[in-house]
Ligand binder design. Structure first.
Ligand code: F6R
Length: 599
């Protein structure tokens, strides 16, 4: 139980609608406890009961898909005669059909979940064949959809079985103990030696052995990887929230991302396989991602088109796969993902691959599914990101994407020497400049105290500032629950400006001197309708903006393509302090989960 509960605590950021554990022992059989709410509710419940005993167990925290978050729908799910218990991530798409079949066989269901059919079908098959592994293979053959499964059987208390398809799952090899987990953070206290399960694989673990089989039940030799980051990287280390810690870690994360790839003013990506021949025939680039990673793509579009003079499409992963995308063997598809497990992005990657595209992914989690299925991968090296709202992963993705654009442009001879030198010089000092921005938390704290009780906030900006506003707005709404939108400032007059009324808070992003006059005009327009304006600008824009805006936040001057890397920090801090004032659960906002492994 301590191993399970500690592991769940480290994974809770991935889903927190409910929590549950099951342990199995020869004497007691299967023992299960689960309940709605956070892990602490489960801990309270367990404290009031006699201890569960056993050394084989599974645990789960849920992000509800089928069936509301309540005690019964929590995992683990148990078969009707209590012989099998399972935990499941993913969605069983044909669950209704399987349920119908089992109901006809007289099986009684308890929950509204898709997952319960796995437990019930397993017991049904186990009753038929008498061997739990045979039963697992029979069940997997009938399942459609995505799953990472952990399975216990009362008749085999020494055994834990795991199976994977389209949902993350890894094995941990210990000394006299073995583990399964959806993320290494859950088991790093016990072992650093892990192997990533592939689709179709089934693992049979005991305390002393870990055998893996493929979909045809042939033994598989797994490659063992050693996790090289320290357990403290996934701990709060004295900070009140992971989000604040991760905001503050951004300069260091950027150093890790940039410095090994920037030598004597030259960008080098030693890890890239991207061939000259492909680069020369590349005629289109797609940037594909979800959420904040998509916002990185929005910024990337401006920068990559500037450097490469090639059409760059930025596409939401969930839309891309159903849009009959124009991908061929001369298309570069860049998939951006912190977790490397986002199912929408994974599905888009496969769609692009099937159409012949060259897949380069920008990923934070080493060994994740997206990284493994790509032709090339650039890791962001931001370290584990625990807060649900991304910060340091966003910043490092942005730096990698900008560097990638510049690097490809250089190889193709499309970037002027002066521009290349100017950007690389600024990249080298970006971490220090970001440190300066982060030293001024007071201003954001003060603004948060003024504006935390607003119902609506608007972000406006043009070009890179518009794309940056999308991220500022998402940060604010996801953690503070304030309704917020980001608009291309030039679009206001085409409809949106009707939303502005006396006292409306408008965050005006004006970091781009080429468009400063336009930004100023848009600020004047919203002020004329009574808006209060917080402006974000650079040192060179300070004087003009201070005369105009209600409040002004200032970032150091840097090359224009890198400004969003500095500008994002005050927006993250503003969202953080506003959420703090409102008493929100900052690291685990309602209805969200860190790794979105369902479609
Ligand atoms: C927002 C946030 C999400 C993720 C999105 C994609 O703060 O974190 O919008 O950016 O779910 O996740 P990854 O990057 O893991 O594919």
């Amino acid at each position: 139980m301590p191993v399970l509960l500690d592991g769940l605590e480290r994974l809770e950021y991935r889903g927190y609608d409910s929590a549950g554990v099951a342990v199995v022992s020869a004497g007691e059989g299967l023992q299960i406890q689960k309940c709605k709410g956070r892990l602490r509710s489960l801990r309270d419940k367990l404290d009031s009961l006699p201890p569960l005993t056993g050394t084989t167990g599974i645990g789960h925290t849920r992000w509800a898909t089928h069936g509301e978050p309540n005690d019964v729908n929590s995992h683990p799910h148990v078969s009707q005669n209590g012989r099998v218990a399972i935990v499941h991530n993913g969605i069983i798409e044909n669950y209704a059909e399987i349920k119908q079949f089992l109901l006809q066989q007289g099986v009684r269901f308890r929950s509204d979940t898709d997952s319960e059919v796995v437990a019930q079908l397993l017991e049904y098959c186990f009753d038929g064949c008498g061997d739990i592994l045979d039963a697992v293979y029979a069940v997997l053959e009938r399942l459609e959809g995505a799953y990472a499964l952990g399975i216990l059987c009362a008749d085999r208390p020494d055994v834990l079985i795991a199976a994977r398809k389209d949902a993350p799952l890894l094995l941990g090899y210990g000394d006299g103990e073995n583990f399964i987990a959806s993320d290494a953070t859950a088991i790093i206290r016990h072992t650093r030696r892990v192997a990533y399960m592939e689709d179709g694989e089934v693992a049979v673990l005991t305390a002393d052995s870990a055998a893996v089989f493929d979909a045809y039940r042939r033994p598989v030799e797994k490659q063992i990887h050693t996790i090289d980051w320290d357990v403290s990287a996934a701990e709060k280390g004295g900070y009140a929230h992971f989000m604040f810690k991760e905001i503050m870690e951004q300069p260091e994360a950027l150093r890790h991302t940039i410095s090994p790839r920037l030598k004597d003013g030259q960008i080098t990506f030693g890890e890239l396989r991207l061939a000259d021949d492909f680069l020369r025939r590349m005629h289109r680039i797609y940037l594909v991602a979800c959420g904040s990673s998509y916002h990185v793509g929005m910024l990337g579009k401006y920068n990559l088109e500037r450097f490469l003079r090639l059409p760059v499409e930025v596409c939401l992963a969930s839309e891309f796969r159903y849009s009959d995308p124009l991908v061929d063997e001369n298309t570069l598809v860049v998939v951006i993902s912190q977790s490397g497990e986002t199912l929408d992005s994974m599905a888009a990657l496969r769609e692009a691959k099937a159409r012949g595209g060259y897949i380069l992914s920008i990923v934070n989690v080493v060994g994740s599914s997206i990284a493994r299925e790509s032709d090339d991968v650039l890791y962001t090296w931001a370290g584990p990101e625990i807060a649900v709202a991304t910060t340091k992963a966003y910043s490092t993705q942005l730096a990698v994407l900008t560097m990638l654009g510049l690097y490809m442009a250089r190889r193709l001879g499309r970037v002027e020497e002066a521009e290349y030198a100017a950007v690389t010089a600024e990249l080298a000092v970006l971490p220090e400049k970001l440190e300066k921005v982060l030293a001024c938390t007071d201003a954001c704290q003060y603004l948060a105290s003024l504006y935390f009780n607003r119902e609506h906030v608007f972000f406006i900006g043009r070009n890179l500032d518009y794309a940056l506003g999308l991220e500022g707005s998402l940060k604010l709404k996801e953690i503070s629950y304030i309704h917020s939108e980001s608009y291309a400032a030039g679009e206001l007059k085409h409809g949106t400006i009707s939303l502005i009324e006396p006292g409306t808070l408008v965050v005006a992003l004006a970091t781009y001197e080429k468009l400063l006059d336009k930004a100023v005009s848009n600020i004047v327009e919203v002020k004329a309708r009574g808006a209060e304006v917080v402006a974000l600008t650079t040192e060179s824009g300070r004087e003009r903006l201070e005369q105009l805006a209600t409040h002004t936040l200032v970032i150091p001057d840097t090359h224009p393509v890198l400004r969003p890397n500095l500008g994002v920090a005050p927006l993250q801090l503003l969202a953080y302090y506003i959420a703090l004032h409102r008493g929100c659960d900052i690291d685990k906002p309602r209805n969200l989960a860190k790794s979105v492994t369902v479609e």
